[in-house]
Design a protein around this ligand. Structure first.
Ligand code: ZN
Length: 294
């Protein structure tokens, strides 16, 4: 079974819901960046939330989530779009922490408990939306919940989970987001809160192999009457290319490129998100200068 995401409604449209399985996607990020368990959990939870936020967008829209805590893993940046593509990287991938007092990966210690989460949405036609909230937990799910409540004024419940194998590979990853729609009845909210207080942690559900559909059924319960609207495959996918790096070098201007040629002859560039490298020979760099001068 490949990774996928479901969009759904519950309580006859009073709640909208998303759930996803991201095991392969987070696994790809872990392999590319060789992240250690706490970092994998932090990045994996963030990517899982971001891919669900991407599913709230339309068409060519995309978004970037930047989580900058004061912990040793450093800033994390995740890009996601409306088509299920997500990519992400973290500044320091090889940081180790002992398990916390609950016997869980100590994500908070890695991310830090102070700092900011910034979401930038590119909604096409030069329409940009940007929101920033402080990190309130460092465990990621609570930070997204706080972001939705304060920056987007949408009461939400976010559950995220990443389980890591002893060899650092990803055993399972996934999560859900519930959002209360305007006009939602008070008793619906009470019912959801009551239900959420009794469900098992999302990491447990993922470990059991529950599908996104089953996760939503468990989270909203029978009274939630989950109706699946659509499903979408998701994957770790980078949009980098040699052309894009060429355009970035072009933007540096003639003087900078000439300095590169004189100092290094040829250069190697590397994508932060996927670690793919792109070499530019002296002739190619000279070609960029010719392009500017043309
Ligand atoms: Zn890339």
């Amino acid at each position: 079974m490949g990774d996928y995401l479901v969009r759904a409604i519950g309580y006859n449209g009073q709640v909208r819901a998303f759930a996803t399985r991201t095991t392969e996607t987070v696994g790809e990020a872990q392999r590319r960046h060789n992240t250690w368990p706490v970092v994998s959990a932090a990045l994996g939870r963030s990517m899982t939330a971001a891919v669900m936020m991407g599913a709230m967008l339309k068409g060519e829209d995309k978004l970037t989530v930047k989580i900058e805590g004061n912990g040793p893993i450093g800033p994390m940046i995740i890009d996601a779009d409306a088509k299920g593509d997500v990519r992400g990287y973290v500044t320091n991938g090889q940081v180790h922490f002992d398990l916390n007092e609950y016997g869980k990966l100590d994500v908070r210690a890695g991310v830090g408990t102070e700092g900011f989460m910034t979401v930038v949405k590119d909604l096409g036609l030069r329409d940009m939306f940007s929101g920033q909230t402080p990190i309130v937990s460092g465990e990621i799910a609570e930070d997204f919940t706080y972001y939705f409540a304060t920056s987007e004024q949408v009461p939400s419940s976010v559950g995220l989970g990443v389980l890591v194998n002893p060899d650092n590979s990803i055993l399972a990853a996934g999560g859900f987001i519930l959002q209360i729609m305007p006009g939602c009845e008070e008793e619906t909210i009470e019912s959801i809160e009551k239900h959420l207080s009794t469900i098992e942690p999302v990491s447990k559900m993922i470990e059991k192999g529950m599908t996104p559909e089953q996760i939503l059924e468990a989270v909203l319960g029978e009274e939630g009457n989950v109706q699946i609207l659509s499903t979408m495959p998701i994957r770790f996918q980078c949009q980098c290319s040699k052309e894009r790096f060429g355009a970035a070098i072009l933007g540096l201007g003639v003087k900078e490129i000439q300095d590169m040629i004189e100092e290094q002859g040829e250069i190697e560039t590397q994508c932060h998100f996927c670690l793919q490298t792109y070499d530019f020979s002296e002739a190619e760099l000279q070609g960029l200068i010719d392009e500017i001068n043309a």
